[in-house]
Design a protein around this ligand. Structure first.
Ligand code: SF4
Length: 444
């Protein structure tokens, strides 16, 4: 059971020496209780206290990092079974799989695609995460050459999929410092695979045919000195994946089986109906998902689903407040004020673009609340509008002093006029009517 900050504090050395990076032992205890720091940062803790605190304050699912640099990503460190209980923190990495028997041109094409392809949805850039390369040739030279081709083109997180330790070692000479994920240690080969993972500081996938086998294998691998593990459940059907991944998640987050407290790996490319398997993996706790390179429409659907599942349900998606341009607005262009709720922003922006009248959008910070909610909650006020006009230098962008506000903000119109000195025009409640409104009302 999770300990409260005061229970944790009782177990600390109480030196207030700051060596853990926190000003006092109590602050450190509060951070530990929230899972925001690590017991190992206090050098004065005795072994008994450390054992108790490690078992109760570490995230129930280990955080594992893949790759290094800008495109590296972390998986694991999740705390709940259902998203609505809190949130899911680390979206699964989706990696495109290629065989080392592919031609250099084919490998290059997939590498460039993963490196460059992205699409923007509600203000967030969505991308695939890396490449899984499979040693289907059985040859260490082929494997190493394929990886060299990728490494020369992009710094992307990699999964090296091989059953031959020699092939892995050959490949790791090209990417050992990039922390690729090694796939996969089994009960038969785990000692050799652990030695390789340790030597190169890489995370390791363990592959078992049952939950019990995986628990034993994780224990064996940590004894060998490899802590960053990811579990391949090797399911033969969708049902098997759901049962195993849900069982593991439940046992891990309740801390009933700490040996299962690791992220989950799913190779969707070997399952029937790969697209459905990807959807299942995103929804049911997979942290690394392997697929063949997806056609564009499927790729966007997978990334959209991932974004939705891994968006905090308690926080509205927000835009950065500021002055945004639609088209190339001049000094006489209209200024439309609205809130920083992403859906409001993108809906209004879309309708404004279709009017073909260049304009400014003044986006004020209502902490992501919609217009109606922000007005009701007092988050949208004349003071906020006045300060935003100043902060984003709107007065120097236009020569007029007219501000169009959303229809639902009409109760504030008088107060905004008084606070800002700008003439307020109340726009429509429905963004779909903004084109007609501007056509009829905006005259300069
Ligand atoms: S290092 Fe340990 S003793 Fe020192 S302040 Fe942090 S928790 Fe307290």
């Amino acid at each position: 059971m999770a300990l409260k900050a005061l229970d944790i504090y009782k177990l600390l050395p109480k030196k207030n020496c700051k060596e853990c990076g926190d000003p006092t032992c109590l602050t450190f205890a509060m951070k530990l209780a929230g899972g925001k720091t690590d017991v190992d940062l206090c050098p004065y803790m005795d072994d008994a206290a450390k054992a108790v605190l490690s078992a109760t304050t570490r995230p129930p699912i280990r955080l594992v990092k893949l790759g290094i640099g800008e495109r590296s990503f972390a998986v694991g460190e999740e705390f709940v079974l259902y998203r609505h209980e809190k949130t899911f923190y680390h979206p699964p990495g989706i990696m495109f799989k290629i065989a080392d028997t592919s031609t250099p041109e084919e490998i290059l094409a997939v590498t460039v695609r993963v490196r460059d392809e992205s699409f923007t949805r509600v203000g967030t850039e969505l991308r695939f995460n890396g490449i899984a390369i499979e040693n289907t040739s059985g040859s260490p030279e082929h494997f190493a050459r394929a990886i060299e081709t990728i490494e020369k083109t992009a710094d992307l997180p990699l999964v090296l999929m091989a059953s031959d330790p020699l092939a892995l070692s050959a490949a790791l000479t090209f990417c050992g410092t990039y922390r690729p994920l090694i796939h996969a240690a089994t009960p038969e080969n785990y000692k050799e695979f652990c030695a390789i993972a340790k030597q190169h500081g890489c995370p390791l996938v363990i592959k078992g045919k049952s939950v019990i086998e995986l628990a034993q294998l994780s224990k064996d691998c940590t004894t060998e000195g490899v802590q960053d593990l990811i579990m391949d459940l090797s399911p033969e059907s969708f049902q098997e994946f759901i049962v195993r991944s849900t069982t593991i998640r439940q046992l891990a987050i309740t801390r009933e089986a700490p040996d299962l407290g690791y992220p989950v790996f799913l190779d969707a490319s070997v399952m029937e109906m790969q697209d459905a398997a990807i959807t299942l993996g995103i929804s049911k706790y997979a942290s690394v998902i392997i697929s063949t390179p997806l056609p564009s429409a499927t790729a966007q659907a997978a990334l959209t689903l991932r974004q939705n599942i891994y968006t905090d349900p308690q926080k509205p998606i927000q835009m950065n407040p500021g002055l945004y341009r639609v088209g190339n607005p001049g000094k006489n262009a209209p200024v439309l004020m609205t809130v920083n709720f992403s859906l409001t922003f993108f809906t209004l922006q879309g309708y404004l673009e279709s009017t073909r009248l260049p304009c400014f959008m003044l986006i004020v910070d209502t902490e992501g609340l919609s217009v109606l909610t922000a007005v009701a909650a007092g988050k949208l006020s004349e003071v906020l509008v006045r300060d935003s006009i100043k902060k984003f230098d709107v007065e120097n962008e236009v020569s007029h002093r007219k501000l169009i506000i959303p229809g639902y903000a009409s109760p504030l119109s008088g107060r905004i006029e008084e606070a800002t000195g700008w003439k307020v025009m109340v726009g429509p409640r429905d963004a779909a009517e903004i084109g007609e409104f501007l056509h009829e009302e905006w005259k300069q």
